[in-house]
Design a binder for this molecule. Structure first.
Ligand SMILES: [Zn+2]
Length: 478
């Protein structure tokens, strides 16, 4: 978790890196251990109730993303979707939630992973969400959303009108009545457009069952999750996770799901030990990075590896950096080939002002996971931040490779621009900065810099074409 970046939308592969320029420097993947990315509320408004009116914080973490991809890949294939065409984003939110906004983007809260005890429970949620994608339920949802927005707008006007009338006639009570109408109309609109129809829930359950059968996985996790929600709805009026607001759970759905789930040949099949271990480690890591250290120390107090992992992170968060690094060294003695322990050590060193010392552990992490673009960008960042001229060229290589697979990672461009500047290549530094603006959604800033860069670049070169792509880019109308 080293960086925070603002972007306007997520997963928008820049349009200019399409088929036309196959050699484009952009393309996609990630860097920084835990970059918190903020989506502006305009985007949030189209996603879910919890997103309404406030920002969603996205989390980037190479280890978690790798695990989730491993969970999702077979399910997507079983549903006839190409895994590389569906991107899963992690939201830093302790509540249980998962949702899809279109056929290309699925969102999962960190709370979903922390709450789920087994990989199979998360896989069940992914299978259910995939069922909504495959069933085309989103089209209906969006249609309903448009209608609801119109309804909300009309209701708000009516409410405001009543309030204004109240003020005009100096009847204080009327002001309240007006405000009341506006409030309840908004709530009504939310309920209407956010929930899937019950028939769609049943269809998504059935689809999930098929995907799990096809991939030889248990249906138990899905049943466990939905049964927990049914109990939550029944017994708790205070704590309701957003997931059950959008996925209606009448009692008969649970009994149907139970009958279906238990028919599975794989019902009692368990996740492999290694997958369970990865899952448990991720839960410890996410909890340690997102929950209060006191709460984490109550949950993770043993000497097992997940507890040691959580302890290293909370110790670091509490400011005891030397001890935190010692604890990571302990983890590395137990698992010297764990790329993410090396990454954690690199992150701690980099964030505490020793980027030069972070290079070796991050290099090791990259050598163990050469495909992880997040790790590469982090290594590039350490190389640039160390200020050593000898590493700038290598930094460019790593940053470019990382950004090629993860073009939304604005922070990566900042370090790429710094490296190019240090190497005296002004044009490429400007182009990198233009790309960074683009990734953040600042199209105006991106165009201004692309214009400057283009003048210095060789006409027709891949970089020149990239600059031109930015200049020709038109924002899609919403
Ligand atoms: Zn659902």
């Amino acid at each position: 978790m080293v960086d925070i970046t603002d972007i306007r939308s997520i997963g928008k592969a820049p349009q200019h890196c399409g088929k036309r320029h196959a050699q484009s420097l952009f393309t996609s993947s990630l860097c920084v251990l835990f970059a918190l990315v903020t989506i502006l509320s305009s985007f949030a408004a189209t996603t879910s109730a919890e997103a309404q009116g406030r920002k969603i914080r996205l989390v980037r973490d190479a280890e978690t993303e790798e695990l989730i991809r491993d969970y999702a890949r077979p399910i997507f294939k079983a549903a006839g979707l190409k895994p590389r065409n569906v991107r899963i984003h992690l939201i830093n939110d302790g509540a249980f939630n998962a949702f899809v906004v279109d056929s290309k983007r699925m969102f999962i809260n960190t709370g979903t992973l922390i709450t789920s005890k087994t990989p199979n429970e998360v896989i069940g949620v992914i299978a259910h969400e995939t069922g909504h994608i495959a069933g085309g339920h989103l089209v209906r949802l969006r249609q309903a959303m448009r209608e609801a927005q119109t309804l909300a707008a009309i209701s708000m006007l009516l409410g405001a009108g009543a309030a204004a009338a109240g003020v005009a006639s100096r009847q204080d009570g009327a002001v309240q009545v007006g405000a009341g109408i506006a409030g309840s109309a908004g709530a009504l609109a939310q309920r209407t457009f956010l929930a899937y129809a019950r028939t769609e829930e049943v269809a998504a359950d059935r689809a999930a069952y098929r995907y799990l059968e096809r991939t030889g996985q248990s249906t138990k996790g899905m049943l466990t999750t939905f049964s927990r929600f049914a109990d939550q709805a029944l017994f708790s009026s205070r704590h309701i996770d957003p997931y059950i607001q959008s996925h209606p759970l009448p009692r008969d759905r649970i009994s149907q799901l139970e009958r279906l789930a238990k028919k599975s040949r794989h019902y009692n099949k368990r996740d492999s030990q290694s997958l369970q271990m990865r899952h448990t480690m991720i839960r410890a890591k996410l909890a340690a990075f997102t929950q209060s250290p006191r709460r984490v120390s109550r949950t993770y107090k043993g000497n097992d590896l997940p507890s040691q992992y959580a302890r290293a992170i909370t110790t670091y968060r509490l400011g005891n950096h030397k001890k935190a690094i010692k604890l990571v060294d302990g983890l590395l003695r137990a698992q010297p080939n764990n790329a993410y322990f090396w990454e954690l050590k690199g992150q701690f060193l980099m964030e505490t002002g020793s980027p030069a010392k972070a290079i070796a552990p991050l290099n090791k992490a990259v050598s163990l996971k050469p495909k992880s673009s997040l790790l590469r960008v982090m290594l590039g960042q350490a190389m640039v931040s160390s200020g050593s001229k000898s590493t700038y060229k290598q930094a460019v290589t790593h940053l470019r490779r990382g950004l090629q697979h993860d073009p939304d990672l604005a922070i990566g461009y900042r370090f790429l621009a710094q490296a190019y500047n240090a190497l005296g290549n002004r044009a490429l530094a400007e182009l990198a900065t233009a790309n960074g603006h683009f990734a953040r959604g600042d199209i105006g800033g991106a165009k201004a810099l692309a214009k400057r860069a283009k003048k210095k670049l060789r006409r027709g070169s891949p970089e020149w074409l990239q600059a031109e792509d930015i200049l020709l880019y038109k924002k899609p109308k919403i």
